[in-house]
Write a protein that binds this ligand. Structure first.
Ligand code: GDP
Length: 211
């Protein structure tokens, strides 16, 4: 078997195996011990982050959406593999139009502290709705990741909702924007939690980032 096929097969098996919710951390003192490499998921509220986590792990209801701003200000940790191999980190959604100022501030502190202080964090995935492309608030988060030197992939979500030509245009635009961010990985994933497209590739990239 070719090396990349072998990696893809190991990724498939890993994500088909045990995956469990570990804990929620509303602040840094509640972070789990850094005993496994971590991959963190970020994105604007409603981008499809919970759906993507569920599709990626083949589980319904592993990650839940909370549509109430203020109830989403915590990092959720999921353990992948027994023995533990990777930890997935669901970061609180951002970009609520109606979010109070102090909540936005709290979000920034929590995320910045986590990003800067976490040696086991190997990669972040920044989710972007394929219908809308990158918004100014996404660029702010990408700037935070650049400053913290955390390497990240941009991931287009809800690809099934967009026609092929429009999808190609948004992908090209996203590639161009990513090139301006030092920590953005040039590979951008196109996914749909509805059809499952892009999931095997994303699983493989996650495993690769942690090896
Ligand atoms: P979150 O707030 O980022 O966790 O977003 P959710 O996962 O809750 O998704 C927000 C909405 O988008 C829900 O109504 C989902 O059913 C829908 N959604 C998420 N992913 C997809 C997708 O890949 N395709 C389609 N058609 N809808 C999606």
């Amino acid at each position: 078997m070719k090396a990349e096929d072998e990696l893809a097969e190991r990724a498939r098996k890993l994500f088909a195996g045990p995956i469990d919710f570990l804990k929620s951390a509303p602040s840094l003192q509640f972070l789990p011990d850094p005993t496994a490499p971590e991959v963190a998921f970020a994105g604007r509220s409603n981008v499809g982050k919970s759906s993507l986590l569920n599709a990626l792990t083949n589980r319904n209801g592993l990650a839940r959406t909370s549509n109430t701003p203020g109830r989403t200000q915590e990092l959720n940790f999921f353990d992948v593999g027994k023995p533990l191999r990777i930890r997935l980190v669901d970061m609180p959604g951002y970009g609520f139009a109606e979010a109070p100022k102090d909540m936005v501030k709290r979000w920034r502190f929590l995320i910045n502290d986590y990003l800067r202080g976490r040696a086991v964090l190997k990669r972040a995935l920044v989710l972007v709705d394929a219908r809308h492309g990158l918004k100014p608030v996404d660029h702010e988060v990408m700037d935070m990741l650049d400053a913290a030197a955390v390497s990240y992939h941009l991931v287009l979500t809800k690809a099934d909702k967009v026609k092929r030509t429009a999808l190609e245009a948004v992908l090209q635009e996203t590639v161009d924007q990513a090139a301006k961010h030092p920590a953005a990985h040039p590979t951008i994933f196109t996914t749909s939690s509805e059809t499952g497209s892009g999931m095997p590739e994303l699983r493989t990239a996650i495993l690769e980032a942690t090896e």
